[in-house]
Design a protein around this ligand. Structure first.
Ligand code: UDP
Length: 331
């Protein structure tokens, strides 16, 4: 990246966004963050000097083309949006608004600013129950509004690419984990759930028999991929992003080390997620740097961060996932 390039990170106070900010600062960029702090935390950026990163506490849907925050911006990394499955089933309008309309708003601002690249944080959930290892040309089958909204946001990106020539790349993230993963809000994201249980010396709530696996990727490796997707001359590309090396929940429990309680399997949940990463390796020269064992070590070393996370147990999980079971059972 040319020195003093200006990068804008939406959702930059959140989990993956804050790792993106770290990398951009390391690369010598001026970094601007837009975050409404609904899921993000200001303290996720506190380790940066106040003049290195500017935080605009605003909602992306309220920012219009021509806004000063976009002035002179070279690269946009779009992470802002709503996550989690269950609340998306309960409140689909909020998800479509934040994740689709919010993305459209950022695309239009980026077009107006004439940015060099817009990199979209897409979700592997667009594939539904996918064949593995999953390639980018796999059938699209979103199973719940969160997945649909992220996919439609991606469609909007490519529409802006085709119609307006906006240089866009999209990265479909599999299971990202790492320090600063979100501690607020709904039940979900196994790392947050287990780390809080470990802190509270309560049993890990393992779904099924724990033999299911996920393609976990450490957050700084995710940021590396986004950086390369911004720097490349390529545009209009979709990249799957995971470690390409799925890990079972059983193994995670073994690494975290503690007692276990078992929960019923969830409807519509894949046994395995696994990204085929050939394309991103070939196009961008990306490769993961942090092994699963090393990544787990890092989160455990920072476990106090999850003090603020909600503590889940089998009863509260049954309540929180009721909508999920009701809506998706037999779907
Ligand atoms: N999981 C679990 N206990 C929990 C939460 C999740 O065993 O309390 C498992 C879940 O079955 C899945 C994996 O952890 O196999 C990842 O779940 P998460 O919700 O983080 O991601 P997703 O299922 O959307 O990939």
């Amino acid at each position: 990246m040319p020195n003093k390039a200006i990068a804008l990170v939406t959702g930059g106070a959140g989990f993956i966004g804050s790792h993106m900010v770290d990398l951009l600062i390391e690369e010598g960029c001026e970094v601007r963050v837009i975050d409404n702090l609904s899921g993000g935390r200001e303290e996720n950026l506190a380790h940066h000097h106040s003049n290195a990163v500017t935080l605009e506490h605003r909602d992306i849907r309220q920012i219009m083309p021509g806004d000063a925050v976009f002035q002179g911006v070279d690269y946009v990394f779009h992470f802002a949006g709503l996550g989690d499955i269950v609340p998306s089933i309960e409140r689909p309008l909020e998800y479509m608004s934040a994740n689709v309309q919010g993305t459209v708003q950022m695309l239009e601002c980026a077009r107006f600013a004439g940015v060099s690249k817009f990199v979209y944080a897409a979700s592997s959930s667009c594939y539904g129950l996918a064949d593995v290892p999953t390639r980018e040309d796999h059938l699209i089958a979103p199973q719940y509004p969160y997945a649909l909204s992220k996919y439609q946001g991606e469609q909007a990106c490519f529409h802006w690419h085709r119609v307006y020539g906006l240089p866009v790349n999209s990265i479909r993230i599999f299971n990202a984990y790492g320090i600063r993963s979100r501690t607020s809000g709904a039940y979900g994201a196994v790392f947050g759930v287990f780390l809080k249980q470990k802190l509270a010396r309560k049993p890990f709530t393992v779904v099924g028999d724990g033999a299911q696996s996920r393609d976990f990727l450490y957050a700084s490796d995710v940021a590396d991929a986004f950086y390369l997707a911004a720097m490349t001359n390529r545009a209009g590309e979709i990249y799957n992003l995971g470690a390409g090396n799925p890990q079972t929940i059983k193994y995670l429990v073994e690494l975290l080390n503690g007692p276990v309680v078992y929960l019923p399997k969830r409807p519509g949940e894949p046994m395995c997620t696994w990204a085929n990463t050939s394309k991103i390796q070939a196009h961008l020269g990306w490769a993961p740097k942090v092994s699963f064992e090393e990544g787990v070590k890092r989160v455990v070393a920072n476990i106090d961060y999850w003090q603020k996370a909600p503590l889940w147990n089998p009863d509260s999980i049954a309540g929180a996932t009721k909508t999920w079971f009701d809506m998706l059972e037999g779907a």
